[in-house]
Design a protein around this ligand. Structure first.
Ligand SMILES: NC(=O)c1ccc[n+]([C@@H]2O[C@H](COP(=O)([O-])OP(=O)(O)OC[C@H]3O[C@@H](n4cnc5c(N)ncnc54)[C@H](O)[C@@H]3O)[C@@H](O)[C@H]2O)c1
Length: 323
């Protein structure tokens, strides 16, 4: 799981490549890396992301936007010392709409991003996911748990693509000595999510701001753990700066039921919306909560943004977008 006991992130980056950099998480990573003084090449095919997400970076020195589909081999114009592989449809609405592209991005795309890292002798970080645990039978989930995934269910295109990406990344490190790390991200939320991407936080916020009923699936007792994007970015960059192979969970260990989340958003948005119960998707996990002992111990990382504060910032962003 780890190469050494060295845990203090000491590395700085001259040039980072962020695949999926025009998406929600990727765009925040690009911003944070530029803020740290790195040059950044954002590689994206815009299948779920948009250039608008990095419009604020276009004039910054050292920022390059490269339109490319990572399922095809790709190259960058200058030596890179970090590759963050974040390209992948990520919301259920997106990966159910793009099932084959999701599988190919997790497999061929990961192979091509790993090859780039190998050619450049760069540190490589794979964005994996809590979905690798499927509908878990162990709670909370630590990194030693192998998961409970339906390999032919509708979510499998995403879950299995990520699991394959983890296997490929681990094999690449063992076979070619590439400096790799795997982060398993749990649900993250914040500005630049899309109101119609089907994930709970942006859906509820969009509905609350429009005065529409908040559509809670099932009876709303299923739980998720929600990390604010700034905390997630800090965790990812701590992992990049370490020499850990992972996987390492990055997420908030505070659980919230979907019904409580809906009610909290209604209250924070000052909305008069009500809650409406709708059917639950196939294979929707009942519980999801990370054990972050490893990240706390090895990366000295823990989330610090309280959920009310993160949601308020996100609601403000959505309100501003709508204005
Ligand atoms: N947001 C979360 O809560 C969360 C949780 C777990 C894991 N992740 C992982 O983090 C990464 C980013 O997720 P996100 O929420 O920002 O999703 P997103 O859809 O906003 O961003 C994904 C980006 O990848 C790009 N992309 C997809 N396939 C590509 C391809 N073949 N070539 C080039 N670009 C491609 C999309 O256009 C988009 O800009 C994903 O790998 C996802 O699996 C996210």
């Amino acid at each position: 799981m780890e190469r050494s006991d060295s845990v203090v992130p000491v590395r700085t980056w001259a040039h980072a490549v962020v695949t999926g950099g025009a998406g929600f998480v990727g765009s925040h990573l690009c911003t944070a890396l530029l803020d740290q003084g790195a040059a950044v090449t954002c590689v994206d095919d815009f299948c779920t992301g948009t250039p608008d997400n990095v419009a604020h970076l276009m004039d910054r020195p050292g920022f390059t936007l490269l339109r490319a589909d990572v399922t095809e081999p790709f190259e960058v114009k200058r030596p890179a010392d970090l590759v963050l592989h974040f390209a992948s449809p990520a919301s259920p609405a997106d990966y159910l709409r793009l099932p084959l592209h999701t599988l190919e991005t997790g497999s061929l795309g990961t192979r091509n991003a790993l090859a780039l890292a190998r050619r450049h002798d760069a540190r490589f970080i794979l964005a994996s996911t809590s979905e690798a645990y499927g509908d878990p039978q162990q709670h909370p989930q630590n990194e030693r748990y192998w998961g409970h995934v339906n390999p032919v269910g509708p979510r499998s295109v995403y879950d299995e693509a990520k699991r394959f990406g983890e296997a490929l990344t681990t094999a690449e490190a063992g076979t070619n000595g590439t400096d790799t790390g795997i982060v398993r991200l749990f649900n993250t939320y914040g500005p630049r999510m899309r109101g119609h991407d089907g994930r709970a936080v942006p859906t509820f916020i969009r509905q609350a701001l429009a005065g529409e009923p908040l559509t809670v699936t099932g009876d709303g007792t299923q739980t998720r753990s929600l990390a604010y994007i700034d905390d997630t970015v800090r965790g990812i960059l701590a992992m990049a700066g370490s020499d850990l192979l992972g996987p390492v969970n990055i997420g908030n260990a505070d659980e919230i039921t979907m019904l409580d989340l809906a009610r909290t958003i209604i209250q924070l948005a000052g909305s008069r919306s009500t809650v409406e119960y709708i059917g639950r998707p196939t294979d929707d996990p009942a519980v999801r909560c990370p054990d972050i002992t490893l990240a706390r111990g090895k990366l000295q990382w823990a989330p610090v943004v309280p959920v009310d504060e993160g949601l308020t910032r996100t609601i403000d962003w959505f309100r501003h977008q709508a204005a």
